[in-house]
Design a protein around this ligand. Structure first.
Ligand SMILES: [Zn+2]
Length: 402
């Protein structure tokens, strides 16, 4: 055989060998898909005093720059995901109020709240819900000043990008965005994702999320520590940080798209992770009841791509009262912490950020605790194959035993 033929053959063999891991990863996504179907069939119904609403938080449109998403796309994506609410968080503009111009009120049966994502003079980023006209000059003010001003307008303030946040002990914000889809997606290795996309995008476009989804360990640690240090309640939420701007587009000179591949269209983003909010029966869902429930921590984070987390409950009770996640409860002799999951799962109870007790393969578990502290649970679908079974499916808000 001629030398060039040998080289060509060698090259071909190398190319084929390099694809084995990606073909195998596609096979694993197929197995994960089957396991999710099987898991979903084991769902149990839950009834209590609350109505559960699910939604997406931290969403950008074309208004705040670096996004091309239209209102129609966002409304359609919320509707197709059967979301009850969407919290918009537009970047401010010096020239107009993006909070006033973005989606608010009911559209196609979905409740929208018009928030802002602002940056302070300390380079901290905050979600202000709803936003206000003064968002444009927050970069001239310190983080405590911005929080105080936002709270004066009765807004809910959430720390965004906690891994970069510096003003932990100086201000009284309401919550922390402990998971951000965009931050997690930045960990993607583009070469690996290119080949994974080539092999798996057509069959499992959503499940590609499973190849990079990871427990936000650092953000959770900072949140847990802030609760202990501040001795105050602090709500956890997840942000979709949806822009619909990650991907590739090839356009002709007239601006027509010849080839478009969006990795984060709103419809997909809204399917991966959601915030579930609990509102008592009899109070209708509206901007005020939704913000009230969020600010109170009556909510949890569900990575619903792996199974709908609706029906998860976490309550604490002593001899006199029952409280739900986000609430404080007084320690008498002991406190009973009850967890209900809609699917058999592994439930891990954490105290002040440290795992202390767990149970596997259960839909109900009662933990009895006798010490004060901030108690929260992480729920895992250990039955799912691969790394997904080792990452949390649900992150609760804490019950604060005082
Ligand atoms: Zn953002």
């Amino acid at each position: 055989m001629k030398t060039w033929k040998k080289l060509l053959l060698l090259l071909l063999v190398l190319i084929l060998l390099s694809q084995i891991p990606f073909a195998y990863r596609r096979y694993k996504l197929g197995r994960l898909n089957a396991a999710i179907q099987q898991t979903n069939s084991q769902r149990v119904a839950i009834q209590d005093d609350f109505v559960e609403y699910k939604g997406a938080m931290h969403v950008h449109s074309f208004l705040g720059g670096h996004s091309t998403g239209t209102f129609d796309e966002i409304i359609a994506a919320a509707k197709s995901n059967q979301l009850d609410f969407v919290v918009m968080t537009e970047h401010p503009s010096k020239n107009f109020s993006t909070a006033e111009m973005t989606l608010k009120g009911i559209h196609a049966g979905v409740l929208f709240i018009n928030g802002n994502e602002v940056i302070t003079a300390d380079a901290d980023r905050l979600l202000v819900i709803p936003g206000n006209g003064s968002a444009a000059d927050t970069d001239q003010h310190s983080t405590p000043e911005v929080v105080t001003e936002a709270k004066a307008t009765n807004a809910t303030v959430i720390v965004a990008y906690p891994e970069e946040f510096k003003s932990w002990d100086s201000t009284d914000y309401h919550g922390v965005e402990v998971y951000n889809l965009y931050t997690n997606a930045r960990e993607i290795n583009p070469i690996v994702m290119f080949f994974d996309g080539l092999w798996s995008y057509r069959s499992y476009p959503d499940l590609l999320f499973a190849t990079f989804y990871e427990r936000p360990a650092e953000s959770l640690r900072r949140w847990d520590n802030a609760i202990v240090a501040r001795k105050q309640r602090l709500v956890a939420v997840a942000g979709n940080d949806a822009h619909a701007n990650v991907g590739l587009a090839l356009k002709d000179t007239a601006g027509n798209t010849l080839l478009g591949l969006k990795l984060d269209p709103y419809e997909r983003s809204f399917r991966l992770v959601r915030v579930h909010v609990l509102i008592p029966h009899g109070s209708p869902l509206g901007a005020e009841t939704l913000r009230g429930a969020l600010a109170a921590g009556h909510c949890f984070i569900g990575f619903d791509l792996f199974s709908d987390s609706a029906g998860f409950r976490f309550t604490g009770s002593n001899a006199n009262e029952i409280r739900i996640q986000g609430d404080e409860i007084t320690l008498e002799r002991d406190i009973r912490l009850n967890v209900t999951a809609p699917i058999p799962s592994r439930i891990v109870l954490m105290r002040d950020g440290n795992p202390i007790q767990s149970a596997s393969g259960v839909t109900m578990k009662e933990f009895v605790v006798t010490e004060r502290g901030s108690y929260r649970v992480e729920v895992y679908l250990s039955q799912l194959p691969g790394s997904v079974g080792e990452q949390p499916w649900i992150l609760s808000n804490p019950i604060y035993v005082k």
